[in-house]
Write a protein that binds this ligand. Structure first.
Ligand code: SF4
Length: 732
């Protein structure tokens, strides 16, 4: 269609209408009008929330409509670029399926029947139920499940109310064991974004991590730069991932045996004296015990466990040793695989220590030591009852163990949980064993979900509160503690659409109704942000303009003579042998145990990421859905032939407990081993409110009925389920 000034004005309804009215016009008109000089765009700096990398973004706004998102060149996580998902932010903003108004349940739980409510009615109802639970069972009987920026608003609400019981799936269902393993070894985790020094690495190793398919913006930029500069890549993965296609060595390992390979690498590096002796002498403890513990972890032994050749194990171990310390074994992110995940993370840490890579160029850079003072608020009350969200796991993190809260909800032990507040997470797609989650929800007196979209979990709630998107709100300042200290601002590019509200406002309104308003003393979140900036000596007006400020001279990335290493472990050194673990009854050096494999006719279910989706969060996003509307199941071509399954044909997955998936397309390929199948996580929505994502693809979480709990930190290994593949319509 060709546009002219006349058609533009006609399309707007009247030549004399206000410019604001043009905002309702299709984007093509607005962009054309901008080209013609009739409209002028403004750019609002903010940071992205399509995933949790928090990339700085510039929202291009034409007459009140966000028409484009671009990366903020000043932001260290974006560097002027957004990933495809970040570009899809406007798709979330204008998704007609968004939650538009508070909703109160009218049908049975799970029937997905709701009526519209006013904010006052919905908030009053929540407050009255929270007051009743507090009076009858104590404040500890309310739990918060949360992820991402809503945590900044709802965790203070939970603590002010008097409950310590928070559960974040990002710990027990994701990176918890990785962080605990590295903390036990080095006294600190790897951070998020991970402090991996990819661009200076001579050798990179990926264990199951599929960078490029897992599209964390700056990390993928670094990965591409590293490969372009000639870094050698070792990919350990049962699947020939996109990254494996770039690899010097692809090791198609038998699933669940990664720890055996790591121990064999440690064995070879010690035996052939490829380790950094001076580094270990200065910084590590427990070398003799480590050497003793891995003395029988020979390449030949590992070859039998891993289904790799002993030669390839030795060759790759030597590649690591000969390139030390500029070697980066990526510790991964979603580390909850088999229930011994802390020990696998420890093994990665031990390898990093042997190679002298921690705090060294091309390995892992150190976090800035600079910090900012806290804006003090009213102290929270001490809970009367001990927290139950840590279970009996000695190294559970402060983020809590989600399934312990679920268990207490089901059993009433050690005390009952009566209310859940859920913000920023879709528990039905995050926690293993959906049946347990549904049963727990059915025991609650109150389930409140605060979200932008009608997720599967939202559609179980008693009250649903519509949060506006990140493009319509302020959030807490993002303080980045990467190489340098940085401060980023999220600010609205436009006013909230529909009757949606910012998370901070929602938390404050609930607090006011519970007589806890003192914990939210600011009239607006922007006021609080300004006070924080004043405390930190940051020019708020400047921050509003640029979006991100990096504090100069705040980087200290490598160990140097002037800045020697500090390790906050019990011994003050890198712990190759962990006395702390020993004292708590665990292996002080990682020890391999064999995990059950698939029975005949079964495949291990392995899941991962798509470059254009963030779990279930984006499955309904109109723009991202168009790019990848449903997941596929990767199946080895030889196995597919045996089953008579053709590429592109719909099949059904049936797990070991008889749970059947939605139909899912088969991707028949030689790029995967014969003993596992692979799907992208987050599809197969059950919420009828998600018109695009509903019943599209298979819900891998529905297949994850079993999980292996890591006894060290309580995280749930979820790569322990097995499925059969059936042709659609054929029941075995
Ligand atoms: S990595 Fe992509 S989705 Fe995640 S914050 Fe950055 S731009 Fe957004």
């Amino acid at each position: 269609m060709k546009f002219s000034r006349r058609t533009f004005l006609k399309a707007s309804g009247a030549a004399g209408c206000s410019l604001a009215a043009y905002a309702a016009l299709p984007e093509k008109f607005l962009l054309w009008a901008e080209e013609q000089g009739m409209l002028k765009a403004s750019y609002v700096p903010t940071f992205c929330e399509i995933c949790f990398w928090k990339c700085g973004a510039m929202a291009k706004v034409l007459n009140g409509r966000v028409v484009k998102l671009e990366g903020n060149p000043a932001h260290p996580g974006a560097r002027g670029k957004l990933c495809a998902r970040g570009n899809g932010g406007a798709g979330l903003l204008y998704d007609p399926n968004r939650l538009k108004t508070p909703l109160i349940r009218t049908g049975a739980r799970g029937e997905q029947k709701y009526r519209k409510a006013t904010w006052d009615e919905a908030l009053d109802l929540i407050a009255s139920k929270l007051k009743r639970i507090k009076a009858e069972s104590g404040p500890e009987s309310v739990a918060l499940f949360t992820h991402g920026t809503p945590t900044d608003h709802f965790l203070p609400l939970l603590f002010a109310y008097g409950s310590p019981n928070v559960g974040m799936p990002s710990f027990a269902q994701c990176r918890g064991p990785r962080d605990v393993g590295l903390e036990l070894t080095f006294g600190e985790g790897i951070g998020s974004p991970e402090r991996v020094d990819l661009t200076r690495s001579k050798v990179l190793v990926l264990f199951g991590s599929h960078l490029g398919e897992n599209m964390h913006n700056s990390q993928v930029q670094d990965f591409a730069d590293a490969l372009a500069a000639g870094s050698k890549l070792i990919v350990v993965d049962p699947r020939f991932s996109i990254a494996a296609g770039k690899a010097h060595s692809w090791l198609p390992i038998r699933p669940a045996t990664d720890l055996a390979l790591m121990l064999a690498w440690i064995h070879v590096i010690i035996k052939e004296q490829l380790y950094d002796k001076a580094y270990l002498d200065s910084y590590a403890t427990g070398f003799a015990e480590l050497a003793e513990a891995v003395s029988d972890c020979t390449p030949e032994w590992a070859a039998k466990e891993t289904d790799l050749s002993a030669e390839s194990i030795v060759e790759t171990a030597r590649l690591l040793g000969h390139n030390a310390p500029n070697v980066c074994i990526h510790p991964g992110r979603h580390a909850t695989w088999y229930g011994d995940d802390v020990q696998r993370s420890r093994a990665i840490g031990i390898l990093a220590a042997l190679l002298g890579s921690w705090g060294r160029e091309g390995g892992y850079f150190l976090a800035t030591r600079s910090s900012l003072p806290k804006l003090e608020g009213k102290p929270f009350p001490e809970p009367v009852k001990a927290p139950l969200n840590l279970g009996n796991f000695p190294f559970a993190g402060a983020e809590g163990v989600t399934q312990e809260i679920r268990r207490a909800t089901l059993t009433g032990e050690p005390y009952p949980i009566k209310g859940w507040i859920v913000t920023g997470t879709n528990l039905m797609k995050a926690m293993p064993n959906q049946k347990e989650t549904v049963e727990a929800i059915n025991k609650l007196d109150l389930l409140v979900v605060v979200d932008v979209m009608p997720t599967d979990t939202a559609m179980m709630a008693d009250v649903i509160l519509p949060e506006c998107t990140y493009l319509e709100r302020h959030d807490a300042l993002a303080v980045g503690k990467g190489r340098s200290l940085s401060i980023s601002l999220r600010q609205p590019a436009l006013q909230p659409l529909y009757d949606s509200k910012p998370g901070w406002w929602i938390a404050k309104q609930i607090a006011n109704r519970l007589d806890l308003g003192d914990y939210f003393p600011w009239q607006t979140l922007e006021e609080k942000i300004q006070a924080q900036c004043a405390l930190w000596g940051v020019n708020y007006q400047e921050l509003k303009k640029v979006g991100t400020i990096t504090i100069p001279d705040s980087a200290n990335p490598y160990i140097t003579a002037d800045a020697p290493a500090e390790f906050k472990t019990g011994s003050g050194k890198i712990e190759l042998y962990s006395k702390e673990l020993k004292e708590k009854g665990f292996d002080p050096v990682p020890r391999y145990t064999r995990h059950p494999g698939p029975r005949p006719g079964e495949f291990r279910l392995v899941y991962g990421r798509s470059p254009v989706h963030t779990f279930s969060r984006t499955a309904n996003n109109p723009e991202l859905h168009e790019l990848y509307p449903e997941n596929e199941v990767w199946i080895n071509s030889g196995k597919a032939k045996e089953l008579g399954v053709k590429n592109g044909e719909y099949v059904v997955l049936v797990n070991q407990d008889g749970v059947r998936s939605n139909r899912i397309k088969a991707k028949v390929t030689q790029r995967i081993r014969t003993d596992c199948v692979y799907v992208v996580h987050g599809f197969g929505a059950a919420s009828k409110g998600l018109s695009r994502a509903f019943a599209k693809g298979a819900d891998d979480q529905g297949m994850i009925t079993r999980y292996a709990v890591d006894p060290i930190c309580g995280s749930t290994g979820m790569h322990v389920n097995f499925v059969r593949v059936e042709k659609e319509g054929v029941h075995a």
